[in-house]
Design a protein around this ligand. Structure first.
Ligand SMILES: Nc1ncnc2c1ncn2[C@@H]1O[C@H](COP(=O)(O)OP(=O)(O)OP(=O)(O)O)[C@@H](O)[C@H]1O
Ligand SMILES: [Mg+2]
Length: 414
């Protein structure tokens, strides 16, 4: 049994009753059977349309169009409930003249078809609007000479979105099978509306998250810059030249981290925040270094499209920073400083970063393991942390540091 709400003229009340069953099975015409088959097809097609993530406005339009087609009605509309006004806005529809869809509104109180469907959740049918004197027929329906109408609720998880209504001027009756069809369509539309609402909420949450990340990163970067300039200031007032030098070094290391930091959150996509393009990152950091050392030219040649996890890229870049700074500091006492940095993929999962100068060369006593300064100890520590292999070549002229870097830590899967 399909129950519907109908308006009882005698009692002036809505009552829940069995929907008009239509002609007995033996008398069902071929035409009616064809229509039922068409209704099945419409439900199947509309289900696909809803799952495909069709744009919201188009989905509502199609819902209204298919509702009218499936019921051989001239009019249909999606009514969006506006709780503050207790009215429905005609937000999509077919058959209506200009100025209706997107503009017209109808009451949503319990004395209206749509209002009753919304509040009770039951399909509402009226097959005799034209002869109903006491029933409050919306002006819009009177204006269009609508004789019969049928409403189903568009339900979602929270409050209902509104109702789907089919209207006709033709003399005929909506029967039980029509309600089943319209409610099926309404259920699909209701679920699609709910899904789109959830997707919108999720998108907004992701956008908020991205904004937050950008803001946090911005602040971290500012703080690093403040720390660097504080140390710089501290250095300028230090009395001992050793302390001055140390503070300057510390300041420029923090500045290097601050410079590298903004590259890490440039991506607009939250799912790519944990990896980055090593070549692009290296180029940008070297370009910054080049600009911060007016007496030294840093030339970079990199292969693009080498993806690496951010947590591996940072130590690698800080290591390169130490090597470039050293070349600028020691390799060219007579000036004309030039440093070459290259990044090449040598195997699928291994890259080589080379930092080379054509300067005076390392002191004969140089030993990365026994040096007491911080720079080379950092280089050695980062290299071990990355499980990379560092080769130091004394060249003629100059020095080349070659870092063979696995893109993934051997323990990292995938
Ligand atoms: N490219 C280079 N050319 C010539 N000498 C170098 C080069 N790189 C490093 N050195 C030598 O190696 C030494 C150790 O370097 P390291 O980076 O450990 O110390 P630093 O630069 O003197 O101090 P820190 O880096 O701790 O501020 C340097 O003092 C320098 O003599
Ligand atoms: Mg150094």
């Amino acid at each position: 049994m399909v129950s519907v709400v109908t308006y009882q003229r005698t009692t002036r009340e809505f009552v829940v009753e069995e929907a008009p069953a239509g002609p007995p099975e033996s008398e069902v015409s071929i035409e009616t059977l064809r229509l039922r088959i068409r209704q099945q097809e419409i439900l199947a097609d509309f289900g696909v349309l809803a799952l495909k993530g069709t744009p919201f406005a188009e989905l509502l339009d199609q819902g209204a169009r298919l509702a009218a087609e499936g019921l051989k009605a001239e009019f249909a509309k999606v009514l969006k409930f506006m709780p503050e006004e207790n009215r429905f806005l005609v937000c999509a529809g077919v058959g209506w003249g200009p100025g209706v869809v997107g503009h017209a509104s109808v009451g949503a109180d319990m004395a209206s078809l749509g209002g009753y469907a919304l509040k009770t959740g039951k399909p509402v049918i009226s097959n005799h609007l034209d002869i109903e004197e006491r029933f409050r027929t919306p002006e819009l329906l009177v204006e269009y000479g609508i004789r019969r109408a049928m409403n189903v609720i568009l339900q979602n998880d929270h409050s209902p979105y509104g109702v789907l209504e089919v209207d006709s001027r033709l003399e005929d009756e909506f029967v039980a099978a029509d309600i089943v069809f319209l409610q099926g369509l309404g259920n699909i539309l209701g679920m699609a509306i709910e899904r789109q609402r959830m997707e919108r909420d999720l998108r907004q949450a992701v956008e908020r998250q991205q904004l937050l990340i950008k803001e946090v990163n911005h602040r971290v970067n500012n703080s690093l810059s403040i720390v660097a300039s504080m140390l710089h200031l501290h250095a300028s007032v230090a009395e001992s030249s050793d302390v001055r030098l140390e503070l300057h070094e510390a300041s420029s290391r923090i500045a290097a981290i601050a410079r590298a930091h903004p590259r890490l959150y440039k991506s607009d996509r939250i799912d790519t925040l944990d990896t980055l393009d090593l070549g692009a990152y290296l180029t940008e950091v070297c370009t910054d270094l080049d600009a911060s050392m007016p007496d030294c030219e840093v030339r970079v040649v990199v292969e693009e499209g080498i993806e690496i996890r951010t947590d591996r890229a940072i130590p690698a870049i800080l290591l390169v920073n130490e090597l470039i700074t050293n070349a600028a500091k020691y390799a060219y006492p007579a000036g004309d400083c030039r440093v070459w940095v290259t990044l090449t993929r040598v195997q699928r999962e291994t890259v080589v970063i080379s930092v080379r100068d054509e300067g005076v060369g390392l002191p004969p006593t140089f030993d990365i393991k026994s040096g007491r300064r911080l720079g080379m100890r950092l280089v050695d520590t980062f290299s071990q942390q990355l499980q990379a292999h560092l080769q130091i070549l004394r060249k003629n002229p100059g020095t080349e540091f070659i870092l063979a870097l696995p893109l993934k830590a051997p323990s990292q899967d995938g």
